[in-house]
Design a protein around this ligand. Structure first.
Ligand code: KG4
Ligand code: ZN
Length: 328
Protein backbone atom coordinates (compact mmCIF):
# COMPACT_ATOMS: atom_id res chain seq x y z
CA UNK A 1 0.00 0.00 0.00
CA UNK A 2 1.41 3.42 -0.98
CA UNK A 3 0.50 6.21 1.43
CA UNK A 4 1.18 9.94 1.39
CA UNK A 5 1.17 11.52 4.88
CA UNK A 6 0.74 15.27 5.38
CA UNK A 7 1.24 17.05 8.72
CA UNK A 8 0.75 20.81 9.17
CA UNK A 9 -0.89 21.16 12.59
CA UNK A 10 1.62 23.60 14.06
CA UNK A 11 4.97 24.90 12.79
CA UNK A 12 6.43 21.86 11.01
CA UNK A 13 5.50 21.09 7.41
CA UNK A 14 5.80 17.32 7.18
CA UNK A 15 5.43 15.09 4.11
CA UNK A 16 6.14 11.35 3.98
CA UNK A 17 5.58 8.52 1.54
CA UNK A 18 5.35 4.98 2.88
CA UNK A 19 5.07 1.61 1.18
CA UNK A 20 3.26 -0.33 3.90
CA UNK A 21 5.53 0.28 6.93
CA UNK A 22 8.61 1.15 4.89
CA UNK A 23 9.41 4.85 4.70
CA UNK A 24 10.28 5.72 1.07
CA UNK A 25 10.73 9.42 1.72
CA UNK A 26 10.39 11.61 4.80
CA UNK A 27 10.63 15.40 4.58
CA UNK A 28 10.25 18.06 7.21
CA UNK A 29 10.50 21.80 6.90
CA UNK A 30 10.80 23.34 10.36
CA UNK A 31 9.76 26.95 10.84
CA UNK A 32 11.49 27.37 14.20
CA UNK A 33 13.89 30.05 12.95
CA UNK A 34 10.99 32.23 11.75
CA UNK A 35 9.09 32.03 15.04
CA UNK A 36 12.06 32.08 17.46
CA UNK A 37 12.33 35.90 17.54
CA UNK A 38 8.73 36.12 18.73
CA UNK A 39 9.17 33.61 21.57
CA UNK A 40 6.45 31.30 20.22
CA UNK A 41 4.57 30.20 17.11
CA UNK A 42 2.77 32.99 15.23
CA UNK A 43 -0.31 31.23 13.74
CA UNK A 44 -0.63 33.45 10.66
CA UNK A 45 3.03 33.05 9.78
CA UNK A 46 2.82 29.28 10.30
CA UNK A 47 -0.07 29.03 7.81
CA UNK A 48 1.79 31.11 5.21
CA UNK A 49 4.95 29.03 5.51
CA UNK A 50 2.95 25.80 5.11
CA UNK A 51 1.40 27.28 1.98
CA UNK A 52 4.86 28.04 0.55
CA UNK A 53 6.38 24.68 1.52
CA UNK A 54 3.76 21.99 1.25
CA UNK A 55 3.33 21.44 -2.50
CA UNK A 56 7.07 21.66 -3.25
CA UNK A 57 7.70 19.05 -0.53
CA UNK A 58 4.99 16.76 -1.96
CA UNK A 59 6.62 17.02 -5.40
CA UNK A 60 10.09 16.24 -4.02
CA UNK A 61 8.71 13.30 -2.02
CA UNK A 62 7.02 11.82 -5.11
CA UNK A 63 10.12 12.18 -7.25
CA UNK A 64 12.44 10.77 -4.53
CA UNK A 65 10.07 7.82 -4.09
CA UNK A 66 9.92 7.42 -7.89
CA UNK A 67 6.13 7.30 -7.99
CA UNK A 68 3.39 9.49 -9.39
CA UNK A 69 0.49 10.84 -7.34
CA UNK A 70 -2.00 8.60 -9.15
CA UNK A 71 -0.18 5.48 -7.96
CA UNK A 72 -0.96 6.30 -4.30
CA UNK A 73 -3.51 4.15 -2.48
CA UNK A 74 -4.21 6.62 0.32
CA UNK A 75 -3.57 10.18 1.48
CA UNK A 76 -3.59 10.72 5.26
CA UNK A 77 -3.71 14.27 6.59
CA UNK A 78 -3.76 15.68 10.12
CA UNK A 79 -7.12 17.37 10.59
CA UNK A 80 -6.78 18.52 14.23
CA UNK A 81 -6.17 19.51 16.93
CA UNK A 82 -3.81 22.35 16.08
CA UNK A 83 -3.74 25.86 14.63
CA UNK A 84 -6.73 26.53 12.36
CA UNK A 85 -4.89 28.27 9.51
CA UNK A 86 -2.05 25.74 9.60
CA UNK A 87 -4.43 22.76 9.56
CA UNK A 88 -6.49 24.25 6.74
CA UNK A 89 -3.47 24.46 4.45
CA UNK A 90 -2.77 20.74 4.95
CA UNK A 91 -6.39 19.62 4.74
CA UNK A 92 -7.34 21.71 1.71
CA UNK A 93 -4.19 20.69 -0.15
CA UNK A 94 -4.84 17.03 0.66
CA UNK A 95 -8.47 17.34 -0.50
CA UNK A 96 -7.40 18.88 -3.79
CA UNK A 97 -4.72 16.22 -4.42
CA UNK A 98 -7.20 13.47 -3.54
CA UNK A 99 -9.68 14.84 -6.10
CA UNK A 100 -7.13 15.39 -8.84
CA UNK A 101 -5.44 12.00 -8.44
CA UNK A 102 -8.58 10.03 -7.53
CA UNK A 103 -6.97 8.76 -4.31
CA UNK A 104 -8.95 8.10 -1.07
CA UNK A 105 -8.36 10.64 1.72
CA UNK A 106 -8.44 10.04 5.46
CA UNK A 107 -8.33 12.69 8.22
CA UNK A 108 -6.20 11.87 11.26
CA UNK A 109 -6.24 13.18 14.80
CA UNK A 110 -2.78 14.58 15.55
CA UNK A 111 -2.73 12.71 18.88
CA UNK A 112 -3.38 9.38 17.19
CA UNK A 113 -0.43 10.28 14.98
CA UNK A 114 1.75 10.79 18.07
CA UNK A 115 0.64 7.40 19.42
CA UNK A 116 1.91 5.80 16.19
CA UNK A 117 5.21 7.72 16.38
CA UNK A 118 6.13 6.05 19.64
CA UNK A 119 4.84 2.50 19.43
CA UNK A 120 6.91 0.74 16.78
CA UNK A 121 6.92 -2.98 17.55
CA UNK A 122 4.42 -2.69 20.41
CA UNK A 123 1.24 -4.74 20.51
CA UNK A 124 -1.73 -3.29 22.43
CA UNK A 125 -2.58 -2.95 25.22
CA UNK A 126 -0.03 -0.29 26.11
CA UNK A 127 0.04 3.16 27.69
CA UNK A 128 0.97 6.13 25.55
CA UNK A 129 2.36 9.32 27.09
CA UNK A 130 2.10 12.28 24.72
CA UNK A 131 4.30 15.18 25.84
CA UNK A 132 4.48 18.11 23.47
CA UNK A 133 4.10 21.87 23.44
CA UNK A 134 0.32 21.57 23.43
CA UNK A 135 -0.39 18.25 25.16
CA UNK A 136 0.57 16.22 28.18
CA UNK A 137 -1.62 13.19 28.53
CA UNK A 138 -1.60 9.47 29.17
CA UNK A 139 -3.81 7.36 26.92
CA UNK A 140 -4.60 3.67 27.33
CA UNK A 141 -4.34 2.03 23.92
CA UNK A 142 -6.60 -0.98 24.46
CA UNK A 143 -6.31 -1.66 20.76
CA UNK A 144 -5.54 0.50 17.74
CA UNK A 145 -8.66 2.62 17.36
CA UNK A 146 -9.78 1.89 20.94
CA UNK A 147 -8.32 4.60 23.14
CA UNK A 148 -9.11 5.86 26.63
CA UNK A 149 -7.81 9.13 28.00
CA UNK A 150 -6.46 8.24 31.43
CA UNK A 151 -5.43 11.73 32.44
CA UNK A 152 -4.00 14.98 31.20
CA UNK A 153 -2.65 18.32 32.33
CA UNK A 154 -4.86 20.73 34.25
CA UNK A 155 -3.04 23.74 32.83
CA UNK A 156 0.24 23.98 30.91
CA UNK A 157 1.70 21.15 28.85
CA UNK A 158 5.20 19.89 29.73
CA UNK A 159 6.64 21.43 26.55
CA UNK A 160 4.98 24.72 27.48
CA UNK A 161 6.64 24.48 30.91
CA UNK A 162 10.00 24.19 29.13
CA UNK A 163 9.18 27.06 26.74
CA UNK A 164 7.79 29.42 29.40
CA UNK A 165 10.57 28.49 31.83
CA UNK A 166 13.13 29.32 29.15
CA UNK A 167 11.47 32.69 28.57
CA UNK A 168 11.70 33.49 32.30
CA UNK A 169 15.40 32.59 32.17
CA UNK A 170 15.97 34.73 29.06
CA UNK A 171 16.67 31.70 26.83
CA UNK A 172 15.67 31.12 23.21
CA UNK A 173 12.48 29.49 21.87
CA UNK A 174 11.86 26.56 21.83
CA UNK A 175 12.91 26.23 25.44
CA UNK A 176 13.18 22.45 25.76
CA UNK A 177 16.45 21.95 23.85
CA UNK A 178 17.97 25.12 25.43
CA UNK A 179 17.18 24.03 28.99
CA UNK A 180 18.37 20.50 28.25
CA UNK A 181 21.71 21.79 26.93
CA UNK A 182 22.45 24.00 29.96
CA UNK A 183 21.12 21.40 32.40
CA UNK A 184 23.86 18.98 31.33
CA UNK A 185 26.45 20.93 33.30
CA UNK A 186 24.12 21.84 36.18
CA UNK A 187 23.25 20.29 39.53
CA UNK A 188 19.66 19.05 39.53
CA UNK A 189 19.54 19.19 43.33
CA UNK A 190 20.72 22.79 43.64
CA UNK A 191 17.19 24.19 43.75
CA UNK A 192 14.20 22.51 45.30
CA UNK A 193 11.37 23.03 42.81
CA UNK A 194 7.96 21.53 43.60
CA UNK A 195 7.04 18.36 41.71
CA UNK A 196 3.45 19.17 40.77
CA UNK A 197 0.67 16.79 41.95
CA UNK A 198 3.31 14.14 42.67
CA UNK A 199 1.32 12.38 45.38
CA UNK A 200 -2.23 13.32 44.32
CA UNK A 201 -3.23 9.75 43.49
CA UNK A 202 -4.68 11.02 40.20
CA UNK A 203 -3.29 10.65 36.70
CA UNK A 204 -3.15 14.41 36.25
CA UNK A 205 -0.41 16.89 35.54
CA UNK A 206 0.02 20.55 36.39
CA UNK A 207 2.98 22.70 35.43
CA UNK A 208 1.85 26.29 35.96
CA UNK A 209 2.86 26.32 39.67
CA UNK A 210 6.31 25.06 38.77
CA UNK A 211 6.75 27.87 36.27
CA UNK A 212 5.72 30.39 38.96
CA UNK A 213 8.20 28.82 41.41
CA UNK A 214 10.93 29.40 38.82
CA UNK A 215 9.83 33.01 38.38
CA UNK A 216 10.01 33.65 42.14
CA UNK A 217 13.44 32.05 42.33
CA UNK A 218 14.71 34.25 39.48
CA UNK A 219 13.31 37.36 41.19
CA UNK A 220 15.33 36.51 44.32
CA UNK A 221 18.60 37.04 42.50
CA UNK A 222 20.04 40.50 43.07
CA UNK A 223 21.54 40.86 39.60
CA UNK A 224 21.60 39.32 36.15
CA UNK A 225 25.19 38.17 36.91
CA UNK A 226 23.84 36.14 39.82
CA UNK A 227 21.18 34.67 37.54
CA UNK A 228 23.82 33.75 34.96
CA UNK A 229 26.01 32.18 37.63
CA UNK A 230 23.11 29.94 38.67
CA UNK A 231 21.72 29.31 35.17
CA UNK A 232 22.91 25.72 34.67
CA UNK A 233 21.75 24.65 38.13
CA UNK A 234 18.36 26.34 37.60
CA UNK A 235 17.91 24.53 34.28
CA UNK A 236 18.94 21.17 35.76
CA UNK A 237 16.65 21.52 38.80
CA UNK A 238 13.68 22.78 36.77
CA UNK A 239 14.08 20.02 34.17
CA UNK A 240 14.39 17.41 36.97
CA UNK A 241 11.06 18.53 38.47
CA UNK A 242 9.29 18.16 35.09
CA UNK A 243 10.83 14.73 34.54
CA UNK A 244 9.92 13.57 38.04
CA UNK A 245 6.30 14.69 37.56
CA UNK A 246 6.06 12.79 34.25
CA UNK A 247 7.60 9.60 35.61
CA UNK A 248 5.53 9.65 38.82
CA UNK A 249 2.34 9.66 36.74
CA UNK A 250 3.54 6.91 34.41
CA UNK A 251 4.22 4.75 37.48
CA UNK A 252 0.74 5.53 38.78
CA UNK A 253 -0.90 4.76 35.42
CA UNK A 254 0.98 1.44 35.26
CA UNK A 255 -0.21 0.60 38.78
CA UNK A 256 -3.84 1.55 38.08
CA UNK A 257 -4.13 -0.27 34.76
CA UNK A 258 -1.76 -3.21 35.28
CA UNK A 259 -0.34 -2.43 31.82
CA UNK A 260 3.46 -2.57 31.82
CA UNK A 261 4.27 -1.46 28.27
CA UNK A 262 4.61 2.29 27.85
CA UNK A 263 5.33 4.38 24.78
CA UNK A 264 6.16 8.08 24.70
CA UNK A 265 6.07 10.69 21.95
CA UNK A 266 5.89 14.42 21.34
CA UNK A 267 8.68 17.01 21.38
CA UNK A 268 9.55 16.58 25.07
CA UNK A 269 10.28 12.87 24.48
CA UNK A 270 13.45 14.06 22.69
CA UNK A 271 14.81 15.16 26.07
CA UNK A 272 17.93 13.09 26.81
CA UNK A 273 17.61 13.21 30.61
CA UNK A 274 13.98 12.07 30.40
CA UNK A 275 14.90 9.24 28.02
CA UNK A 276 17.70 8.08 30.35
CA UNK A 277 15.46 8.23 33.40
CA UNK A 278 12.76 6.22 31.60
CA UNK A 279 15.27 3.57 30.52
CA UNK A 280 16.34 3.16 34.16
CA UNK A 281 12.75 2.49 35.34
CA UNK A 282 12.10 -1.07 36.52
CA UNK A 283 8.29 -1.33 36.73
CA UNK A 284 7.58 -1.01 33.00
CA UNK A 285 9.24 -1.26 29.60
CA UNK A 286 9.53 1.91 27.59
CA UNK A 287 9.31 2.38 23.83
CA UNK A 288 11.05 5.57 22.70
CA UNK A 289 10.73 7.02 19.20
CA UNK A 290 13.80 7.92 17.18
CA UNK A 291 14.70 11.55 17.86
CA UNK A 292 13.43 12.74 14.46
CA UNK A 293 10.00 11.19 15.18
CA UNK A 294 9.58 12.82 18.62
CA UNK A 295 8.51 16.16 17.22
CA UNK A 296 5.74 16.54 14.65
CA UNK A 297 6.29 14.57 11.44
CA UNK A 298 4.26 13.06 8.63
CA UNK A 299 5.44 9.45 9.03
CA UNK A 300 3.30 9.18 12.14
CA UNK A 301 0.30 10.60 10.26
CA UNK A 302 0.80 8.11 7.41
CA UNK A 303 1.15 5.17 9.84
CA UNK A 304 -2.00 6.16 11.74
CA UNK A 305 -3.85 6.67 8.44
CA UNK A 306 -2.80 3.30 7.08
CA UNK A 307 -3.84 1.51 10.26
CA UNK A 308 -7.21 3.26 10.39
CA UNK A 309 -7.89 2.66 6.68
CA UNK A 310 -7.13 -1.05 6.96
CA UNK A 311 -9.38 -1.25 10.04
CA UNK A 312 -12.40 0.71 8.87
CA UNK A 313 -11.88 2.01 5.33
CA UNK A 314 -13.09 5.51 4.54
CA UNK A 315 -15.87 6.40 6.98
CA UNK A 316 -16.12 10.12 6.34
CA UNK A 317 -15.58 11.27 2.78
CA UNK A 318 -15.44 14.96 3.71
CA UNK A 319 -12.31 15.72 5.71
CA UNK A 320 -12.58 19.01 7.57
CA UNK A 321 -9.93 20.82 9.62
CA UNK A 322 -10.92 21.00 13.29
CA UNK A 323 -8.54 22.95 15.57
CA UNK A 324 -10.15 21.64 18.77
CA UNK A 325 -10.74 18.06 17.66
CA UNK A 326 -11.16 15.88 20.77
CA UNK A 327 -12.11 12.32 20.02
CA UNK A 328 -9.25 10.25 18.64
O1 KG4 B 1 5.59 17.73 19.42
P1 KG4 B 1 6.12 19.09 19.15
O2 KG4 B 1 7.16 19.25 18.07
O3 KG4 B 1 5.00 20.10 18.77
C1 KG4 B 1 3.76 20.15 19.38
O4 KG4 B 1 2.85 19.41 18.91
O5 KG4 B 1 3.67 20.91 20.38
O6 KG4 B 1 6.70 19.62 20.55
C2 KG4 B 1 7.30 20.87 20.71
C3 KG4 B 1 7.67 21.03 22.19
C4 KG4 B 1 8.21 22.40 22.56
O7 KG4 B 1 7.52 22.85 23.70
C5 KG4 B 1 9.67 22.14 22.85
O8 KG4 B 1 10.24 23.02 23.82
C6 KG4 B 1 9.65 20.72 23.35
O9 KG4 B 1 8.67 20.07 22.56
N1 KG4 B 1 10.94 20.07 23.15
C7 KG4 B 1 11.71 19.63 24.17
C8 KG4 B 1 12.90 19.13 23.59
N2 KG4 B 1 12.80 19.26 22.23
C9 KG4 B 1 11.59 19.83 21.98
N3 KG4 B 1 11.51 19.64 25.49
C10 KG4 B 1 12.48 19.15 26.27
N4 KG4 B 1 13.65 18.68 25.79
C11 KG4 B 1 13.91 18.64 24.47
N5 KG4 B 1 15.07 18.16 24.01
ZN1 ZN C 1 2.50 17.29 18.09
Amino acid sequence: MLILGIETSCDDTGVAILRDNEVLCELLSSQIKFHADYGGVIPEMAARKHLENLLPLVNIALSESKISGRELDLIAVTRGPGLMGALMVGVQTARALSQVWGVPLIGINHLEGHIFAGCEGLKPPFLSLIVSGGHTEIITVRDFGDYELLGQTRDDAAGEAFDKGAKILGLKYPGGPEIEKLARSGNSKAFNFPVPLKNSGLVEFSFSGLKTALLWQVKKFASSEELQANMNDLCASYQAAIIEALIAKIRLAVKLTGIHQVSISGGVSANGALREALRREKGFTISLPELKRCTDNAVMTALAGQNRYLREGITNSEVIADPSLHEI
